[in-house]
Ligand binder design. Structure first.
Ligand code: MF3
Ligand code: CO
Length: 256
């Protein structure tokens, strides 16, 4: 069941989204050569708590069981796609591309967003995958309106990625969001008959998150049990916004 959010819930989501966007903006400025990713996580926690919100990923169990996630921000570098673990020994180097994926709970409502940032001077191909993935998200968002299906979002994302010579990750998806971090529906980032059945309606809230690979779309799970990596070790791009479907289209809740 896909839930519709009330006016009041959407207002709370806007406030949470503003907090989250500001946290990501501040944390991304600290991603410099020599930074420990654990320091970025600590800063995010402080900013979230001092805003009166709660880090939604801290202790979260994506599969519903096992150990909870040990940090507030998933920090994934280069070939790491999602759920990278911040650590004292994980140091950023010039040329790295970093994904900062964070969620907050505010007034019982969840929002989820990811930004990418380059560390110092980055290569042309690193810059390209960051830019193209962001464009995929923007083009996909451009398709969101009442009456459209999620397949129109998915086609826009997939077509742009492929046109630029990239592949879309198939085994990880976006999702409904709001009453929990993850709600129905699953949002694939490639055209698929399952997406044709999902008709958008005013009040739906979605975390849209294209994941785009430089090489193969295949992924592997790291030995740490959390981090998903590209199978071939090539670069990945990932951007994410929480959006709400409105009468005229959609509203980006986590816009910076
Ligand atoms: N933003 C992540 C997602 O949508 C959520 C991470 S949950 C965590 O998959 F527990 F892995 F942090
Ligand atoms: Co998400």
């Amino acid at each position: 069941m896909i839930s519709l959010k009330s006016k009041k819930e959407i207002e709370a989501m806007r406030e949470g989204g503003r907090i989250l966007a500001e946290v990501l903006r501040r944390v991304s400025h600290e991603a410099k050569p020599g930074t420990k990713t654990s320091d970025l996580d600590r800063l995010a926690r402080e900013l979230i708590f001092s805003s009166g919100a709660r880090p939604a990923f801290l202790g979260y169990k994506p599969g519903g069981s096992g150990e909870g996630y040990p940090a507030a921000v998933c920090i994934s570098v280069n070939d790491e796609i999602v759920h990278g673990l911040p650590g004292e020994k994980k140091i950023l180097f010039e040329g790295d591309i970093v994904k900062l994926d964070c969620g907050v709970e505010y007034k019982n409502i969840f929002t989820d967003a990811t930004v990418m940032v380059g560390v110092g001077k980055i290569s042309k191909k690193a810059e390209k995958i960051m830019r193209v993935t962001k464009e995929c998200l923007e083009l996909g968002i451009g398709e969101i309106r009442p009456g459209a299906t999620l397949n129109e979002y998915a086609k826009a994302v997939e077509n742009h990625a492929r046109e630029k010579g990239f592949e879309v990750v198939r085994d990880l998806v976006g999702h409904g969001v709001g009453h929990a971090v993850h709600e129905a529906p699953q949002v694939f980032n490639y055209a698929d008959p399952r997406m044709k059945k999902i008709i958008l309606r005013e009040g739906m809230a979605l975390a849209l998150e294209p994941m785009v690979n430089e090489g193969t779309f295949e992924i592997v799970l790291s030995e740490d049990g959390w981090t998903y990596l590209t199978r071939d070790g090539k670069l990945n791009g990932h951007w994410e916004h929480t959006i709400v479907v409105t009468k005229g289209g959609c509203e980006i809740i986590t816009d910076l």
